[in-house]
Write a protein that binds this ligand. Structure first.
Ligand code: SF4
Length: 344
């Protein structure tokens, strides 16, 4: 088994290390960049319960993925905490040989009451989405009248449960919340939490993405660095998606995820499993590979393992890189901010 773990690689020699598991397709929010209400409206047909993978099915698949080299699991949605008893799933996943890290990405709405149980079950890390400290801006983005204070309570609860450092993800969209960058940086400086700025992403055909909406990560770092000098930090591991920086005065760390201007497909080791058991080899892939059907038809672990191996070894995905090349965005932004100015 160890040999197989080391040799499974896609067409660009990228190993399979990370698996994002969606446990539900539902969310209470209608963030404009993720589940815009024009698409996910009242009549949208979410998956019926029987089509969702059960905890037992998810655990079985995760075990097979672990045997192929996956070391990190990230639970996502929709909003994963809408799935009842998620801590039980975490406990089941935490028992899998080879899994070193289980993380959760959440909007924070239900986290405050669940953080302690999740941590006790074996959750190691949590990432909370928060796009502004300004209620008016935040609510206009989430379309759920959900106040900032409740998300901040969730962040505090996660830290109190030992899920530290809490990562806070802010998607930055020009003309919508770029004015929130400095207040967010000021708020989380010195908190022990890691604020990460994400370039507004094209998520396919559902969010009306335009290149002009993107605030380049280099500009964000320059803006923050002009107030509080920062310096780059080495990646914690190969393929880390966020570029890390630390405040020179010891105020902690921030990150930027520059998936538009500096795509990182070359080091991408991630696969995604949808709530109904489709395997996607890129977060932006439009079509997946059905693992639920063989799972429910009685396939043996060996057969499913072979199926996943064959999918991964044929993988060619480089969605962000190709889009960047199409738009020429990387060439446009590189000269705009000189990295030597960062932290100056
Ligand atoms: S666009 Fe796809 S291949 Fe590129 S980094 Fe993102 S998930 Fe990986």
């Amino acid at each position: 088994m160890a040999t197989a773990e080391l040799t499974l690689a896609d067409t660009l020699a990228r190993p399979l290390r990370d698996l994002r598991i969606s446990v539900t397709d539902r969310c209470q929010f209608r963030c404009t960049y993720c589940m815009p209400r024009e698409v996910f409206g009242r009549d949208f047909a979410f998956l019926p319960r029987e089509q969702l993978l059960t905890f037992e099915e998810l655990t079985r698949l995760a075990r097979i993925f672990a045997s192929l080299g996956v070391r990190k699991l990230r639970l996502t949605g929709g909003e994963p905490l809408l799935r009842r008893d998620l801590d039980k799933l975490v406990a089941m996943l935490a028992c899998i040989d080879g899994i070193q890290d289980i993380a959760l990405t959440t909007n924070g709405a239900l986290l405050a009451n669940k953080a302690a149980a999740l941590a006790a079950a074996g959750l190691r890390r949590v990432t909370v989405s928060l796009d502004s400290l300004d209620d008016a801006v935040f609510m206009a983005l989430n379309y759920a009248k959900f106040p900032v204070a409740r998300v901040l309570e969730a962040v505090a609860a996660a830290a109190g449960a030992g899920l530290v450092p809490v990562k806070v993800n802010m998607v930055v969209r020009r003309g919508v919340n770029e004015q929130s960058i400095l207040p967010m940086a000021a708020h989380f400086r010195g908190s022990g939490h890691v604020l990460r700025f994400i370039e507004y992403m094209d998520v396919g055909t559902t969010n009306g993405w335009r290149l002009d909406d993107v605030v380049p990560a280099a500009d964000i770092i320059a803006m923050i660095g002009a107030h509080w000098p920062v310096e780059p930090v080495e990646p914690a591991y190969p393929g880390e998606v966020a570029s890390r920086y630390r405040y020179r005065d010891g105020g902690g760390e921030i990150g930027v995820i520059a998936s538009v201007t500096q795509p990182f497909c070359r080091g991408c080791t991630r696969a995604r499993l949808s709530a109904d058991g489709q395997l996607y080899t890129c977060l932006f892939a439009a079509t997946g590979h059905d693992l639920r059907e063989p799972l429910r038809a009685g396939a043996r672990d060996h057969d499913i393992r072979e199926q996943i191996s064959s999918i991964w070894t044929g993988r060619t995905d480089r969605y962000s890189e190709r889009r960047t090349r199409r738009t020429g965005r990387a060439r446009q932004v590189k000269p705009k901010v000189e990295m030597s100015r960062i932290g100056g």
